[in-house]
Design a protein around this ligand. Sequence first.
Ligand SMILES: [Zn+2]
Length: 69
Amino acid sequence: MRAMWWELARIMMREIVVRCDERGFDCHYSTIGDIYKVIFDYGDHMKKEHGIEYSPGTLETYLKKRKYN
Ligand SMILES: [Zn+2]
């Protein structure tokens, strides 16, 4: 239980980068920060620039599954 908590904290605290082109868009947008900042910024960008709404849960799952965070 304790180990799982630390693993989760490690993932959450880490600074990560997400780039729009890694999702297949011809777009140079990128954002960096902790996972929740990235989820918020990228979700906002997707909605405003590409008209696609991602739920925070969808983005969170994507970022946590990504192998090269
Ligand atoms: Zn974009």
